[in-house]
Ligand binder design. Structure first.
Ligand SMILES: *Cc1c(COP(=O)(O)O)cnc(C)c1O
Length: 384
């Protein structure tokens, strides 16, 4: 944890202490939000988030215990918050970057370029040249055309063949529909790489985001093994990297993982302020300053996130709960966070928190209607 507090992106910022008398982690964060809004110093008038750095360290330790010898390469696109990136860098994580901007965010923390995988199978040519200029030397590919571009702009780059694998219909975003080589394309791709003088060091696949059944990996690992064997049959140098799986008889295979939401989801909590209210019979309608165009866009996009607002009220609000609608701030009538949700009577200036909101949220927010989540303050916190 000391390394995390010394990390670039963290060091020099206040790290607030989470209350230690709370029943669980989530209540501790809610308690901290209550303290921040009550202290009013400086006055807090718009939505903010809390990043629990202790949680990041805990997740990292759990990864190390559960996936021994499998280095994680955090998928930066999931949430590029600088303190999260800095904490993961200090803990020893590698990074999966999709673009020069994501590489810059990681390199700026002092991370060596060999801890970065350029995991974009179809790259604009200037981006390939940029990777070459900063020393990012591993990338994925799934087309013959890509081999030609890499040969031209980054001839010393090592390649991971990105395979299309089935998610058995479970994943939230079916990444396989856009990326990944088909089985019959593997050998032509290996030939193309060899003719271009490029080294294919391994295989990458993504079973799709938020797949919870381990069995989803079986077919993918089998297909990856077939690629290793095909390369050997062509007399190519042995492949070394599998992203992610396990072959017992190949002792030199380095197995790596590219977790995104695993590290980003649970350490972040959003606090949003109630700034509007309407009463219609039993129903209460509230407007808060974050919605489907901001952090809470996860309500409508690829996150399996079901918002459960937890009220943080200034004064005792009674036991009665009302069926409540919570609107986001924009004019779009679809900008609704929850409907028919039981909440106590809230007043303008009260707050609600949303836990576990760090994955694919702020990073896909917009400035629609002039409400911007990118301006949002993130308080750093830790229980130690
Ligand atoms: C987005 C992405 C990831 C991370 O996915 P999660 O479901 O958030 O863990 C990993 N690898 C690649 C290639 C990706 O595009």
């Amino acid at each position: 944890m000391r390394a995390v507090l010394e990390a670039p992106g963290v060091k020099g910022h206040d790290v607030l202490r989470l209350p230690c008398d709370a029943a669980n982690e989530k209540e501790a964060v809610t308690g901290l939000v209550r303290r921040i809004v009550a202290a009013n110093d400086p006055p807090v008038t718009s939505a903010f988030s809390v990043l629990d750095l202790g949680k990041v360290a805990e997740l990292f330790a759990a990864w190390r215990r559960g996936l021994k010898g499998v280095p994680p390469y955090y998928a930066v696109k999931c949430n590029p918050n600088p303190a999260l990136l800095g904490a993961l860098a200090a803990l020893g994580s590698g990074f999966d970057c999709f673009s020069p901007a994501e590489m810059d965010a990681v390199l700026a923390l002092g991370v060596a370029p060999d801890r970065i995988i350029y995991a974009n199978p179809c790259k604009p040519e200037p981006h390939i040249a940029y990777a070459a200029s900063v020393g990012v030397n591993v990338t994925t590919f799934d087309s013959v055309e890509e081999v030609g571009k890499i040969k031209r702009f980054h001839p010393s780059c090592k390649l991971l063949l990105r395979l299309k694998v089935s998610d058995a219909g479970e994943a939230l975003d079916h990444l396989g529909t856009k990326y990944g080589a088909l089985e019959e394309e593997v050998v032509p791709l290996l030939h193309a790489a060899r003719s271009a003088g490029l080294e294919v060091t391994g295989v990458a696949f993504h079973v799709g985001s938020a797949v919870s059944r381990v069995g989803a990996y079986d077919a993918a690992v089998k297909a990856a093994r077939a690629v290793f064997d095909a390369a050997a049959a062509l007399g190519m140098p042995p492949m070394r990297v599998l992203d992610i799986g396990y072959f017992g008889d190949m002792t030199d295979v380095e197995v790596i993982g590219e977790p995104g939401r695993y590290f980003a989801q649970t350490p972040f909590t959003l606090a949003a302020r109630v700034f509007g209210k309407r009463t219609r019979g039993q129903v209460r309608e509230y407007w808060i300053d974050d919605g489907i165009y901001d952090t809470l866009n996860c309500v409508v996009n690829i996150s399996r996130y079901v918002p459960r607002p937890v009220p943080v009220v200034a004064s005792a609000c009674g036991e009665t709960h009302h069926p409540s609608t919570v609107f986001g701030p924009t004019l779009n009538p679809l900008d609704v966070v929850v409907q028919g949700y039981p909440l106590p009577e809230l007043r303008i200036g009260d707050w609600m928190v949303f836990h576990d909101i760090g994955a694919y949220t702020t990073v896909v927010s917009t400035n629609f209607n002039g409400f911007s989540a990118s301006e949002m303050k993130t308080y750093l916190a830790s229980s130690v």
